[in-house]
Design a protein around this ligand. Structure first.
Ligand code: DGJ
Length: 723
């Protein structure tokens, strides 16, 4: 069997399909190379890795590309580890004790991580003075260019030690001109790509709310410009506070650190105990498109659980934007009938079905049905939906409690509060103290009961506030995240076929930790296709399309009041885990037929739209045109979606160069029928002609089309079938 990781003299070399990582395993192991795949050599000494680097020994340590750095060990910059021992000292001098190569990789205590690793290399370090040991893992996968890394700190001494910082990844990249891309934003504009040219100093990407956040996603892309350029991307398998720093070294070179945010972190590790940092993943490619393709592919194959991997997702209708809290049996029943008649496959009952919840002021925690609103018990309601031929899904917000709830009245101690401090209500709710086992037991039982009673096939797991009652502050944020994982694990073990879509005020917790348990995440509450295009484009830098919950919403849009056609809204929403979120019963006859055709189209092309390999043809940030191709594994079937978000007068008719097809195949090219578009015919063309000659967007930029769509968007969906 061919080994992916091997020893070559003093070096360890890990080869993925297209990249190589080379590490010098001396007493302070160092990165020698991380880039495109190269052949083996017995000695990489020619790289200068063993030679002194700076003007003094301190500069030498500070600037050598070590795998770990810690306080008091010659590093005078952002370092990876800060530990304080019982005498108050913060000196940690880890030296290599042992290196080994294992098949697979070990699990990480209490935290989700990638699966089906082929091999991993383990570096074991020890610092005799503090009795602190560290294990550092780098794992490779035989079908991916992504490497997974994690660290475990072990207290081998007799006294407690305190972790002030334990990042998961340190990557020192060579001198050069870099651009950093991060995914930033807020509610309704999540994961908008932000590009910064690195120009000295340290750049920060972090969250502080207890959630991975919509302000800064844990994903980072670093592109080195010019000759010998490349793009390195990293992400964290973690859903709580994270922190990435990108530091331009004073002698050149760039250091990327990523891990749990050290904000307030003060975690006690008792004698004989250990602490695991979450897994980080990283990859390298020639450019950002290549690195992002590797990331999406990895998430699809090694993060989304095996049970859900490549499992086709149903077309849903969701009641949230349809009715908000204002529904009754009659409205729900009419919506369900219409959905069934249109070919929709699942009915999702969103917020407002439980306790006495008619607005957001009450009842979180009271996970029993409001019979007055449903007209029957939850079990009967689920049965009714199934009798109409639809699956049933239900909304819950397990980590939260309303002050006005039976749960709070009977168990006020379940809420996260601090004696003598008035709890801060956000969205009129409090966090449950899920760091306590008894609280988690209660939630797991209550939510399990909802699932079994209703026979739910799908759960929308929401979370609508940040953590602010900072008691036990040194460990609180991390324990809150571990508590979440414990609950998710127990529920997914109990209901292995359940599809969970996580959500947090839209996409406020869109990360790899959640994706290990919940194979899809609600991307954003902003479903206006014009803005959604940018949100989805940002998300696709790091996550596959199947992970995105994407719905056609109310037109005009409820948040932005923008109008467009259902055809355009569909084109944007079709790339992902698709559904509708408006009152279908109010559709005109004409629009009913449009929606019916969309559903038939989605079902025909579902495999490609949900799991096809995605290629970026053009990004909206460039000239207001977004275009992606998704193609099946053999490149025999594909769909390309074009979205024009800025209709410009008097512009040379742009073309779209369709990449991601097989250059040698001849395709029958078709256009999805759109009512407002005439004259689109099918034609045949080779894959290379489509990529090189390009397809004209002329009719989208005619004077008439631009005028009509000036404040709206235009879309086309093209289909490709190998002849
Ligand atoms: C926030 C979510 O993002 C919405 O989709 C909806 O589920 C509401 N919460 C319900 O309160």
């Amino acid at each position: 069997m061919i080994k992916m990781i091997k020893r070559l003299g003093d070096y360890l070399k890990a080869d993925t399909q297209n990249s190589s990582l080379i590490i010098l395993a001396d007493e302070r192991p160092k990165f020698v190379y991380f880039g495109k795949r190269i052949g083996d050599s017995d000695d990489y000494g020619f790289s200068g890795i063993k030679s002194p680097r700076g003007f003094s020994s301190a500069d030498d340590v500070d600037n050598s590309p070590c795998l770990v750095s810690s306080s008091g060990d010659g590093h005078s910059r952002e370092n990876m580890i800060r530990v304080v021992t019982s005498d108050g000292s913060a000196v940690l001098r880890l030296r290599l004790e042992d290196v080994s190569i294992l098949d697979g990789k070990p699990a990480i205590d209490g935290m989700p991580s990638s699966y089906e690793a082929k091999e991993c290399v383990v570096f074991k370090y020890y610092d005799a003075a503090s009795s602190v040991a560290l294990e550092q893992y780098f794992a490779v996968f035989d079908d991916s260019d992504v490497i997974a890394t994690s660290v475990r700190l072990i207290n081998r001494g007799k006294e407690d030690v305190k972790i002030k910082r334990l990042f998961s990844l340190q990557l020192d990249l060579p001198d050069g001109d870099y651009e950093m891309l991060t995914l930033e934003g807020a509610s309704c504009r999540e994961r908008i790509p932000k590009i910064k040219t690195l120009n000295g100093g340290t750049y920060l990407n972090a969250s502080y709310s207890g959630l991975s956040s919509n302000s800064s996603n844990p994903f980072v892309a670093l592109t080195k410009k010019g000759p010998n350029g490349f793009c390195v991307e990293s992400n964290l398998v973690y859903s709580g506070n994270h922190k990435e720093t990108v530091e331009c070294g004073n002698l050149g070179g760039v250091r990327l650190l990523s891990g749990i945010n050290d904000y307030l972190l003060d975690y006690t590790v008792k004698a004989g105990e250990s602490f695991c940092a979450p897994e980080a993943i990283f990859t390298v490619a020639d450019d950002i498109d290549g690195a992002s393709r590797a990331m999406r592919d990895f998430v699809d194959k090694h993060i989304i659980s095996e049970r859900m991997r490549r499992r086709e997702r149903p077309i849903v209708v969701n009641t949230w934007e349809t009715f908000l809290f204002d529904f009754d049996e009659k409205k729900l029943s009419a919506l369900c009938d219409k959905a069934a008649e249109l070919g929709i496959e699942m009915f999702i009952l969103d917020d407002g079905w439980f306790g006495k919840r008619n607005d957001d002021s009450s009842s979180l925690g009271d996970w029993y049905e409001n019979v007055g609103k449903l007209g029957c018990s939850l079990k009967e309601f689920g049965d009714k939906i199934r009798a109409k031929g639809l699956g049933f899904g239900i909304w819950v917000e397990p980590e939260m409690i309303s002050a006005d709830s039976d749960l709070f009245r009977t168990h006020p101690e379940f809420a996260m509060t601090i004696d003598g401090v008035k709890p801060m209500e956000i969205r009129r709710q409090l966090c449950l103290d899920t760091t306590k086992r008894e609280v988690r037991d209660y939630i797991v039982d209550a939510i399990s009961c909802v699932i079994s009673k209703s026979g739910a096939d799908y759960v929308k797991w929401d979370c609508n506030r940040s953590v602010q009652e900072l008691k036990n502050s040194g460990s609180l944020f991390h324990s809150f995240t571990l508590g979440l994982y414990d609950m998710l694990k127990r529920i997914t073990d109990r209901f292995p076929d359940l599809i969970i879509e996580s959500c947090a005020s839209g996409g406020n917790r869109f990360d790899l930790g959640m994706l290990c348990f919940t194979p899809q995440i609600w991307t954003s509450d902003n479903v206006d296709p014009r803005y959604r295009t940018a949100i989805q484009e940002g998300t696709l830098y790091a996550y596959p399309q199947i992970s995105m919950g994407t719905h056609v919403g109310h037109i005009p849009d409820w948040h932005t009041f923008n109008g467009t056609s259902y055809d355009n809204a569909f084109s944007v929403a079709a790339l992902g885990s698709f559904g509708y979120e408006f009152n279908l019963t109010e559709l005109s006859d004409k629009d009913t037929e449009i929606v019916r055709e969309q559903i038939a189209f989605y079902k025909k092309w579902r495999g490609v739209l949900q799991f096809g390999t995605l290629t970026v043809n053009e990004r909206v940030a460039e000239r207001g045109i977004s275009c992606y191709t998704v193609a099946d594994e053999k490149c025999e079937k594909a769909v390309a979606t074009v979205i024009v978000t800025q209709s410009v007068f008097n512009r040379d008719y742009p073309k779209i160069y369709i990449k991601g097809l097989n250059a040698d195949y001849i395709y029958k090219v078709g256009f999805r029928q759109q009512t407002e578009v005439d004259g689109k015919t099918t034609f045949t063309a080779s894959g290379d002609a489509l990529a090189c000659v390009g397809v004209s967007l002329g009719d989208m930029f005619s004077e008439g089309a631009v005028g009509k769509n000036y404040n709206s968007i235009q879309t086309r969906m093209m289909t490709f079938e190998k002849i």
